[in-house]
Design a binder for this molecule. Structure first.
Ligand SMILES: Cc1cc2nc3c(=O)[nH]c(=O)nc-3n(C[C@H](O)[C@H](O)[C@H](O)COP(=O)(O)O)c2cc1C
Length: 289
C-alpha cells in the first residue's frame, strides 16, 4: 500500500503520501527541516498569474478538531515560481505539483501555459474551489464551468492535470464526472468546507469581513471520506484523498476506500514531519510502534 503509485498520464510517485496545498508552502521549509524524505509529492501553495499579498490578518482561527483559514491566496505569482523556485526542485525525490488558482478560466490557462515550459513541474492541480474568491467558487460548484476550465487547461498542458474539488456542493460526483469528461487525469478531494467562527463577546465573526472561511483538520475526515467514496464509485480516473489525515492509519482509511494517493494538510502545522513519517510507516506496511 505504501509503494509507488501512478496518478495519471504516467506520473509515478514514489509514495502515495503527499503534502497538501497551502500547508507546505513551496516545500523549502520542509526541505530545510529534512521533512521531504520519502514523500510522493509536494502540492504547492495556490499560484496565480500575478503576485497576491493575501488577506489582511487575522487569517486563521482555531476551532474544535481543526482550523478555519481565509488566507486569500498569498503567493509570489507564476513567473517567480517558474523561474526562481522551480530550479530548486530539480534534485528532489518528491514530485512537485503546482496548485493553480484564478478568477477566470483565462487565468488558469495562463498559469498552466507558463508552467508547461518548466521541466521541474510534474503536474498541475487546479484549485477551482477556493471559497475566498467569488469566481473560484463559481467554477467549482458548476459542472459546466468546471468542465470548461478543465478542457481549456487540457489544451495548453502536457503535464498531469489534477482537478481539486470543493466539497461545498450537493453532488460532488457530478462535478467529478464533468472534469473527467473535460480531460482531467485525476481529481483530488476535498478542499476546505465553508465554515464560520462567531465571537459572542464582540458580536461579530472572528475572521474579518463576512467571517466565511475554509474548515480543515480532523473534524472534516468523516465528511472527506464520504466525498471520496462517492468519487471512487463514480469515476474511472484516480482519486486523491484529502481531509483531516493526521496519521498513517488515517491515510490507510482513504487508501482502503479506493483513493490512489492521499495528501496531508492541516496536520503539518501541529505535527511537522507527519507527512514523511506517514510515508515511511506505510512503506514498512506496519502499524504504529
Ligand atoms: C492554511 C491553509 C491554506 C490552504 N491553501 C490552499 C490553496 O492555496 N489551494 C488549495 O487548493 N487548497 C488549499 N488549502 C486546502 C488544503 O490543501 C486541504 O485541501 C484542506 O485543508 C483539507 O485537508 P486537511 O484537513 O488535511 O487540512 C489550504 C488549507 C489551509 C489549512
Amino acid at each position: 500500500m505504501g509503494g509507488e503509485v501512478v496518478i495519471g498520464r504516467g506520473l509515478a510517485l514514489e509514495s502515495p503520501v503527499g503534502a497538501a496545498s497551502g500547508t507546505f508552502g513551496y516545500g523549502f521549509e520542509a526541505e530545510r527541516m529534512g521533512n521531504l524524505a520519502g514523500l510522493g509529492a509536494v502540492f504547492t501553495k495556490g499560484t496565480t498569474v500575478a503576485p497576491r499579498p493575501g488577506n489582511a490578518p487575522p487569517r486563521i482561527a482555531e476551532v474544535p478538531g481543526g482550523m478555519l483559514n481565509s488566507i486569500g491566496l498569498q503567493n509570489p505569482g507564476v513567473e517567480v515560481v517558474a523561474s526562481e523556485y522551480a530550479p530548486r526542485w530539480r534534485r528532489w525525490g518528491p514530485k512537485v505539483i503546482v496548485n493553480v488558482a484564478g478568477s477566470t478560466i483565462d487565468d488558469y490557462v495562463r498559469v498552466c501555459q507558463r508552467l508547461d515550459l518548466v521541466p521541474e513541474v510534474a503536474g498541475v492541480e487546479l484549485n477551482i474551489s477556493c471559497p475566498n474568491i467569488a469566481h473560484g467558487l463559481d467554477l467549482g460548484v458548476d459542472p459546466h464551468a468546471a468542465a470548461a476550465c478543465t478542457r481549456a487547461v487540457r489544451k495548453v498542458t502536457g503535464k498531469a492535470l489534477i482537478v481539486k474539488l470543493t466539497p461545498n456542493v450537493t453532488d460532488i460526483a457530478e462535478i467529478g464526472r464533468a472534469v473527467q469528461d473535460g480531460g482531467a487525469d485525476a481529481v483530488s478531494a476535498v478542499n476546505t468546507y465553508l465554515g464560520l467562527k462567531w465571537s459572542h463577546i464582540r458580536g461579530a465573526p472572528v475572521l474579518p469581513g463576512s467571517g466565511m472561511a475554509g474548515l480543515s483538520g480532523p473534524a472534516i475526515k468523516p465528511l472527506a471520506l464520504a466525498a471520496v467514496a462517492r468519487l471512487v464509485a463514480a469515476l474511472r480516473i484516480p482519486v486523491i484523498g484529502i481531509g483531516g489525515i493526521a496519521s498513517a492509519d488515517d491515510a490507510r482509511e482513504f487508501l482502503e476506500l479506493g483513493a490512489r494517493a492521499i495528501q496531508i494538510g492541516t496536520a503539518n502545522f501541529y505535527l511537522p514531519g507527519i507527512a514523511a513519517s506517514c510515508a515511511a510507516e506505510l512503506r514498512q506496511g506496519a502499524g504504529p510502534a
